[in-house]
Design a protein around this ligand. Structure first.
Ligand code: ERG
Length: 433
């Protein structure tokens, strides 16, 4: 059969290659840390949190052993672990199927939250993180554009899709749970393979809440809950997703269900499953559209594609978790690596170069605490200097603008990072570490 490669996809691919996005990423990805075992002191979360009621993520002064060796910038890049779902979405001619897969992608990012009750490092103002994969054909970039409130602007590009938005969270410990509310709007652009009517389409949504529950009982875990509407602004299709809150018992835990509608509010697909495991889809037919959520133990993760006869099909399956320190996923494990070919290309502001986080990764907790204090003092001094000079802080790689489709404010990538990186032109980056 004829393979259709749309020109917007080709244009994007050529741009990524021309800007040398994958140069430096030739080394194989890391599969373990230098540390074999996570030997952090085991202190109950409650015993340190109880005096911090009302505090948010930036004000919590937890011992560094409550951290994991990732920065929030790297933690946010984990959203794209299952970006192959977006590549698959772009292959469908039917926009409601693209919606179904895009919606499943927005839920797949929560698989990384299981067994990860640690605090990522608060990014310093101006800190950046880049990540590219030749196998996924994407490049990810993020910058901490604001310190109070903490906002990370992110921008990912791949031939068939873009994924961007701001991680802007309101967080607070209420004495029982630690609640994280996402304020930022997130966007996906899909460039469909069959682009006869739409060369490019825009989706947006707001992420559900993350809550650390079980703190008092000494069994803390991350729960994700709430209603999410994913909208395709170009076609009018939409998906309503419901993440069920973890109750007193584990019945219904991790459950997510959703329904895909076209612009005329006709229900076309249902989806559901468990965000820590797998998500299934089902076409709504004359026989109905109920989806049973019993866990099917699938031997492999082959999804096989959608079924049009009304039977249930697998859309996404979470990767196996490796047994490594800090309960990192196989994807998270790769983020802070410093492969030899990459080092000469990194911006001096890249999270991988943060000395406190590096010490943490190597199990040197006292050094990590001391370095964390040092870089935070340095950040405050820089702020004071700006204030004395009457200077206003401006992010280096993003500008805030009105979004052409949603009319909301968003952080737009200024497009300069990868070109400068290619030419090793980072001389005017701030010294933040
Ligand atoms: C979830 C997936 C989203 C991006 C995102 C942003 C921020 C967080 C969540 C994710 C996961 C849970 C995190 C949260 C910020 C803080 C919270 C990492 C990654 C952690 C578990 C809370 C730690 C506190 C406790 C140790 C008390 C401080 O797309």
């Amino acid at each position: 059969s004829l393979i259709v490669i749309s020109s917007p996809q080709v244009e994007k691919k050529n741009q990524l290659l021309k800007e040398g996005s994958f140069v430096g990423y030739e080394d194989p990805v890391r599969t373990k840390l230098a540390l074999d075992e996570d030997n952090r002191p085991k202190i109950g979360l409650w015993s340190v949190l109880k005096s911090m009621v009302g505090q948010d993520l930036t004000k919590l002064t937890l011992p560094v052993s409550f951290n994991e060796p990732t920065s929030l910038l790297q933690r946010v890049s984990e959203d794209i672990e299952y970006s192959h779902i977006l590549d698959q979405a772009a292959t469908f001619e039917d926009s409601s199927l693209r919606m179904l897969y895009v919606a499943a992608f927005t839920a797949s990012m929560y698989a990384s939250t299981t067994n990860r009750v640690s605090k990522p490092f608060n990014p310093l103002l101006g800190e950046t993180f880049e990540y590219a994969r030749t196998d996924g054909q994407y490049r990810f970039f993020t910058e901490q554009v604001s310190h109070h409130p903490p906002i990370s602007a992110t921008w990912t590009e791949s031939p068939k899709w873009d994924f961007y938005g701001e991680c802007n969270v309101d967080s607070s410990f209420n004495g029982r749970t630690f609640a994280v509310q996402h304020l930022g709007l997130w966007y996906i652009t899909i460039r469909p393979d069959h682009n006869i009517s739409v060369p490019e389409e825009t989706y947006s949504w707001k992420k559900p809440n993350n809550t650390v529950i079980g703190i008092l009982m000494g069994k803390p875990q991350v729960d994700n809950s709430g209603d999410v509407k994913v909208t395709n602004h170009t076609t009018g299709d939409y998906c309503m997703l419901h993440y069920k809150a973890h109750g007193w018992t584990s019945a219904g835990a991790y459950e997510v269900r959703g329904e895909v509608f076209n612009k005329d509010d006709k229900k076309l697909w249902v989806l559901g499953g468990h965000w820590n495991d797998s998500i299934y889809g089902k076409k709504v037919t004359a026989r109905g559209g109920e989806l049973t959520l019993d866990r099917i133990k699938t031997a492999n993760s082959a999804t096989g594609g959608p079924k049009l006869d009304g039977s249930k099909f697998l859309i996404w399956k979470a990767n196996e978790r490796p047994s490594v320190p800090f309960n990192l996923t196989s994807f998270a494990l790769t983020l802070n690596a410093l492969p030899p070919h990459l080092i000469p290309y990194l911006a001096p502001t890249d999270s991988r170069l943060r000395p406190d986080q590096r010490a943490m990764e190597n199990g040197e907790y006292d050094k990590a605490a001391a370095e964390k204090h040092r870089v935070e003092v340095k950040q405050r001094a820089a702020k004071k200097e700006r204030e004395q000079k009457g200077e206003e802080y401006r992010p280096k790689w993003f500008v805030q603008e009105e979004h052409p489709v949603t009319k909301s404010l968003y952080w737009k990538f200024n497009g300069e990072y990868w070109n400068k990186r290619k030419n090793h032109d980072f001389k005017d980056c701030a010294d933040i570490f």
